[in-house]
Design a protein around this ligand. Structure first.
Ligand SMILES: [Zn+2]
Length: 263
């Protein structure tokens, strides 16, 4: 029996980049605009955030922006993110405060998924932060992880609650292992009170095309295309078996067709 009541997909930023970042070996020279999403899940026992978007300060502050999104190393520049897209602002519009979030589930540690941790902590969020042990172990070699995103304003590392493998975050909310894009990447299966379950693919599938054509994401941990393809097939099989709808994570057309809340 699920404890989930509703689910909000939150648009935290958009980012323009070469499509080959989302589809391995496809789309070179084609620029796409990708939504950067977080998801708020309300259950009978508390609230869960899947991912938290970028650190707004690294985009809005010119000095930080020059340092973290240096065009020499970061070819496509910073995402577009305004103050109203920060997670605390999204929460406020829903009548909530950052302190009302109980669990932050980080699907993987890239800057556009874990960067919002600092802002949330600064705004009073004391949520437990779930992360896979394998993701933590591999993150130092990954240029898309900003070390600065993983410490608070005083430089103290966030107290990640490190998990191994799949588990129920809450009744009706299941963490699903989908490595490939990163070492410890996790997706999330969510059973809603009505309607079909939702399967948050995370960056295991940026676009609907990744699912439809079984194309790996362009960014891979240790070039493990085999692992990424196995994860895509696993998500499709889970969707088939449970009647779930897989949600790609950086697909603007898919995002535009979503309702603002799913109940
Ligand atoms: Zn990523």
């Amino acid at each position: 029996m699920t404890t989930v009541r509703r689910l909000w997909p939150l648009l935290t930023a958009t980012h323009r980049y070469d499509k080959s970042i989302s589809t391995l070996g496809r789309g070179h020279g084609t620029t796409i605009e990708a939504p950067i999403l977080a998801y708020l899940i309300e259950t009978a026992n508390g609230r869960i955030l899947y991912d938290v978007g970028c650190d707004h300060a690294k985009i809005a502050d010119p000095t930080q922006r020059a340092r973290w999104y240096d065009p020499a190393s970061f070819a496509f520049g910073a995402p577009e993110m305004d103050d109203a897209q920060r997670i605390p602002r999204h929460l406020a519009r829903l009548g909530l405060a950052p302190a009302d979030v109980d669990v932050i589930f980080i699907g993987h540690l890239h800057f556009d998924h874990a960067g919002g941790l600092r802002d949330l902590r600064r705004c009073g969020c004391g949520a437990e932060i779930h992360l896979q042990h394998d993701e933590w172990a591999a993150h130092r070699d990954d240029p898309a992880v900003f070390a600065d995103d993983l410490v608070d304003d005083a430089g103290r590392p966030f107290p990640f609650s490190l998990k191994r493998g799949e588990y129920d975050v809450a009744p009706g909310v299941r963490a699903v292992a989908t490595p490939g894009h990163t070492a410890g990447h996790m997706s999330m299966w969510i059973e809603l009170p009505k309607g079909p379950p939702v399967l948050l693919c995370g960056d295991a599938a940026d676009l609907q095309e990744n699912l439809d054509d079984e194309v790996a994401p362009g960014g891979l941990w240790q070039q493990r295309e085999d692992l990424a393809l196995a994860s895509i097939r696993k998500l499709k099989a889970l969707a088939r078996e449970t009647g779930a709808v897989p949600w790609p994570n950086h697909d603007l057309a898919f995002w535009r067709a979503l309702p603002r809340v799913v109940e």
